[in-house]
Design a protein around this ligand. Structure first.
Ligand SMILES: [Zn+2]
Length: 390
């Protein structure tokens, strides 16, 4: 007779990554040490990680068996054994997609999330024709890198994918049928396709790639056409009853404010997203805004006073919203993802000052994602890698 399960409930594969066992945490640690310090010997892994040599050996054997890691060159020491250095298997690769309403970046990355090649696909105006050019771009990259073996495709979405795929995706800023992209790309490539909300994926990526490993409570705020948050709480991703947790972007901040993509008015994202920044520039300068947000950031960096004022206004609203998140969730860290982080030296202090205003407890640490503009692509890699371990 089979033994009844001892767990009170079953984790789905997606959830289990954020409920890591000590063995998985150690494995993640070792993988990340190899990723960041390669080539590296087993002895150095033990010394830096503080783990037992025997534990390191077991984990390394696992990583080698699964072809994530290779034994490379032999080291030369003055005397004694010659250590064999370990490095990531550079033959293996992941396709990462960072989807925005009007364009999508498609990239080939290595297992460490390093970008090998990337293409930006501008999506056609006709919403029914949006997916074909994305699929074509993926196929082209796979052909151009036919020497690699692809582990899967990760997609970071500007919306919420229902975990059970029974309901349409909530994506108020996108007008094309995103929910069919997973099956279409799978059919076209034969590869496993993992997809999640971009902010959730960035939260997993922060934990997976080690930048915030060991932290149990962090929130990623993705500032883009809209604003989404990924909440990692008590050591796991918080999804809520229907996968919709984290939609702080649609909490009303201004009564009778601008109409939002969700149908409401004055939502946080209408006053603090990239689109708000562009609108502030037009209001303050009386001039037409640049065609995209990164151009506005570049203008501010070059000293354009109106661009700086527009971004400061956006930052101030961003910080006000972060106060709400800090009060609701008390995370140890809030990480900002998006183009705004490239002007962090100008805007970070402003956002932080707002976050700390009237704080009734210690405000969370605030920082931009370390990898700046590529954070969203790396988050798509984390979706694929994360599954590989389970
Ligand atoms: Zn809204």
């Amino acid at each position: 007779m089979p033994t009844p399960p001892t767990h009170p409930f079953t984790f789905t594969r997606k959830q289990s990554a954020s409920n890591k066992t000590p063995r998985q945490i150690n494995r993640n640690l070792v993988f990340n040490l190899i990723r960041t310090r390669q080539p590296i010997s087993r002895a150095d892994l033990a010394r830096i990680s503080g783990l037992q040599r025997s534990t390191i050996s077991l984990i390394v054997e696992d990583l080698i068996r699964e072809r994530w890691v290779l034994e490379g060159s032999t080291g030369r020491l003055p005397r004694g054994r010659r250590p064999t250095f370990l490095e990531l298997n550079h033959q293996r690769a992941v396709i990462a997609l960072d989807i925005h309403p009007s364009q999508t970046t498609v990239a080939v990355t290595d297992l460490g999330g390093k970008i090998v090649a990337q293409n930006v696909v501008n999506l056609p105006g006709d919403p029914n024709k949006a997916i074909a050019p994305i699929v074509a771009a993926i196929r082209k990259l796979m052909t151009d890198h036919a020497d690699k073996s692809f582990d899967g495709i990760g997609i970071s979405l500007p919306g919420r994918a229902d975990p059970k795929q029974k309901k349409p995706i909530f994506a108020p800023n996108v007008n094309w049928p995103m929910q069919s992209i997973q099956s279409k790309i799978h059919r076209a490539t034969g590869l496993r396709v993992e997809m999640d909300n971009v902010a959730n994926a960035c939260a997993l990526s922060e934990v997976w790639f080690g930048d915030s490993d060991g932290l149990n409570d962090l929130v990623v705020v993705n500032v883009s056409e809209g604003i989404g948050t990924g909440i990692f709480s008590n050591g796991r991703l918080l999804r809520g009853a229907n996968g919709m947790a984290g939609e702080f972007g649609h909490v009303e901040m201004e009564h009778d404010g601008y109409v939002c993509g969700c149908g409401g008015r004055g939502c946080w994202e209408t006053v603090a997203s990239n689109r708000a920044g562009l609108r502030y520039y037009e209001e303050l300068s009386g001039r037409t805004a640049p065609s995209n947000f990164s151009a506005l950031v570049k203008m501010a960096q070059a000293g354009d006073t109106q661009a700086i004022r527009a971004l400061e206004k956006m930052s101030s609203f961003l910080g006000r919203g972060l106060r709400m998140i800090a009060s609701a969730l008390a995370p140890s860290e809030i990480i900002i993802v998006g183009d705004i982080t490239s002007a962090w030296h100008l805007l970070g202090p402003k956002i932080e000052a707002e976050l700390k205003q009237n704080a009734f407890s210690t405000a969370p640490r605030l920082r931009p994602a370390f990898e700046g503009n590529t954070a969203r692509l790396r988050s798509a890699v984390a979706l694929v890698m994360n599954q590989g371990l389970n």
